[in-house]
Design a protein. Structure first.
Length: 320
């Protein structure tokens, strides 16, 4: 009981800090988009929506246990209130919607049971709503898939929706999709590419899902991701992405992705273009089966050569 009280108190403190930032720091940056690798496992992403209806992940340092329903309800509360970011980000969750209960089974399926206000989610909103929920709750340790219910009754689709929910959803669903048919969502694989977007006072990294035919050819997938990053990116320094090439020697073995690139990723003979590095690291980290990533330039390791664990990569981190 005391431990839970402390945890609830820390959550309330986080809310007060973000509110304080809203009141006193409107003209300063609240979020650091810089990509980093953090061994502390308490970094988790909460998703909000911008004026263009794009879902924007924001990283908070919060402890979450997927078995603990109170933890997951607190995450839902945070999703409903952007706090200091509310000038330019808003919740994709209806104000009146409540997360009534959660159940994590032995297979790692997490069921979210909602109040009847789930009926307020329109057909136009359902894809972003499902993407946001799956992206956030699918990141927690032990969660492999999600199902949904309303007032205790399992859902085969949202009350006003058309997306098939008879099968559990996984993070394969993606984020910021522009395809919404059931066939597109269940019979293709999702890759995620990142670009930088100016939102209010912030420049933030934004993930966008692209759906490809399922392929076991890692070289094909890497080149497709690279092409999409080049096309999608709005970074002025990322124009040279058009010259970046995946070289022979790239591989995916036992969860370790090794990507060998040409020298177009360098600013000079020894300095990596950090913006390009960040975009590629983030984009490659979402490929299925990837647990850690190493990037090389013409066969030479970058930096220490130590692989980056996907579970430890953070970005868009809220300033505390």
């Amino acid at each position: 009981m005391k431990k839970q009280w402390i945890k609830n108190g820390l959550f309330c403190l986080l809310c007060l800090i973000t509110l304080g930032g809203y009141l006193f720091g409107r003209n300063t940056s609240q979020v650091d988009k810089t990509v980093s690798v953090e061994s502390d496992g308490n970094y988790h992403q909460i998703v909000y929506e911008d004026a263009d209806r794009m879902l924007i992940p924001i990283t908070y340092q919060i402890a979450v246990d997927a078995v603990n329903s109170d933890d997951l309800k607190q995450v839902f509360s945070l999703m409903k209130s952007p706090g200091s970011l509310s000038e330019y980000l808003h919740s994709f969750v209806p104000d009146e919607l409540e997360l009534v209960s959660t159940t994590l089974d032995e297979n790692g399926n997490l069921n979210l049971d909602f109040s009847s206000a789930l009926e307020q989610v329109t057909r136009e909103q359902e894809l972003r709503f499902l993407e946001g929920l799956v992206f956030v709750y699918g990141q927690f340790e032990g969660v492999n898939s999600l199902t949904f219910s309303m007032a205790g009754d399992p859902l085969s689709k949202l009350p006003q929706g058309e997306i098939d929910l008879t099968q559990p959803l996984t993070r394969e669903l993606g984020i910021n999709n522009f395809e919404s048919s059931t066939r597109d969502l269940h019979h293709t694989t999702s890759v995620v590419v990142y670009y930088a977007k100016q939102i209010g006072n912030e420049e933030l990294y934004v993930p966008v899902s692209k759906r490809l035919e399922i392929s076991d050819d890692i070289a094909y997938t890497l080149n497709e991701v690279l092409d999409e990053v080049s096309v999608t990116s709005t970074l002025t320094t990322a124009s040279c992405l058009e010259d970046v090439v995946v070289l022979e020697g790239s591989s995916l073995e036992d969860g370790h992705l090794l990507v060998n690139l040409n020298s177009a990723v360098l600013l000079d003979e020894s300095t990596i273009n950090q913006d390009i590095y960040d975009l590629l690291l983030l984009s490659f980290s979402h490929l299925e089966g990837v647990e850690e990533i190493s990037l090389q330039v013409q066969g030479e390791d970058l930096g220490s050569g130590e692989a980056s664990k996907v579970s430890e990569i953070v970005y868009n981190t809220i300033r505390m």
